[in-house]
Design a protein around this ligand. Structure first.
Ligand code: P6P
Length: 308
């Protein structure tokens, strides 16, 4: 008998408000997916038949999540990669969870019809600055691919759900567990190999040892791939032009790190555990090495040990 996301959360004795918050995110993702599919939204710079400036999909996705999360009465504040400031929930609608999100990560891929996703981190907190990823009570990704799926953790394992024919998210995989060793590699920021010789050596190691390349340019499908294949290593290092790399700690790396650690993997900035890094700024970036534990450890050594 298929189990719905809501029942799976209830059976895991997840806090009532947190359960409803996660279900609300899943339902809103259906609206975002519909907007993506109906094509009644151009990307920024186009206009509809009334001559109104059309909303870029990522702006619309952000507006949908902000509205639904505010109306849920379960959030204290919101922070989004699409907004410069924290969004404080009006007092009469305030709950107990701070929700941080990238509403549509990799939206530039959507016009090439590649899979993209949404990323969420949830904290029981009144504010965000100063938090560490380890304080997340839940994180989840939504994958807008050939199927609409999500993978979530409430720190009680990592589980996948798929949207079924009647519009319900049904559990499709439970307790995802990563192998210590990877066979696939997802080398982000490859342009860095020209200046970062240690990164060039690491990429060569993967190629010379016949790892299989699996990199799409979207962090959500790439980490989703690692979780569902139960092995793999994803890297996005910094380099001379961007010492901290491109990916954001709060909206991308910390939620992904919780999912991967809960699945038995590892996630660091090359030296420090991602979940131990305090959030000092909403747009703070960090290098990231994430996935199968042994391969992340090897990547850390090859990037930072003098012996390599
Ligand atoms: P690059 C998408 O823009 C994103 O933020 C992540 O989803 C993805 O992993 C990364 O950037 C891709 O970066 O340098 O390969 O385009």
């Amino acid at each position: 008998m298929p189990i719905s996301l809501d029942k799976h959360l209830r059976d895991s004795a997840v806090d009532h408000d947190l359960r409803h918050l996660i279900v609300k995110i899943a339902v809103t993702a259906k609206y975002v997916h519909h907007a993506m599919q109906t094509g009644d939204l151009g990307l920024a710079g186009t206009s509809n038949m009334y001559g109104e400036a059309q909303l870029a999909l990522d702006v619309l996705a952000n507006q949908l999540f902000v509205k639904e999360l505010e109306d849920s009465h379960y959030a204290t504040c919101l922070a989004s990669e699409e907004m410069e400031e924290e969004h404080t929930i009006p007092h009469e609608k305030r709950g107990k969870y701070a929700v941080v999100f990238d509403p549509l990560d990799g939206s530039s891929l959507v016009d090439a019809n590649l899979a993209i996703g949404s990323i969420f981190g949830i904290y029981e907190s009144d504010d965000i600055i100063g938090l560490k990823g380890d304080q997340q009570v839940a994180s989840l990704i939504v994958v807008y691919g050939p199927r609409l799926t999500l993978i979530y953790t409430t720190k009680n394992g990592v589980h996948e759900c798929i949207l079924n024919a009647v519009g319900e998210f049904i559990v499709s995989r439970e307790n995802i567990s990563l192998d210590k060793k990877a066979k696939n590699f997802a080398p982000g920021n490859l342009r860095a190999v020209s200046s970062e010789k240690k990164y060039a050596a690491l990429v060569n190691y993967w190629m010379n040892n016949h790892y299989t390349l699996r990199y799409s340019g979207g962090m959500v499908p790439d980490i989703n791939h690692i979780l569902l294949k139960e092995q793999g290593v994803f890297t996005y290092p910094g380099y001379e032009k961007l010492p901290e790399g491109k990916l954001r700690l709060l909206y991308e790396c910390a939620p992904m790190a919780l999912l991967v650690e809960q699945a038995g993997g590892r996630a660091t900035d090359g030296k420090k555990r991602i979940l131990d890094i305090a959030v000092e700024r909403l747009d703070q970036r960090t290098p990231i090495f994430i996935g199968s534990e042994d391969d992340v450890i090897l990547a850390e050594k090859m990037m930072h040990d003098e012996a390599y």
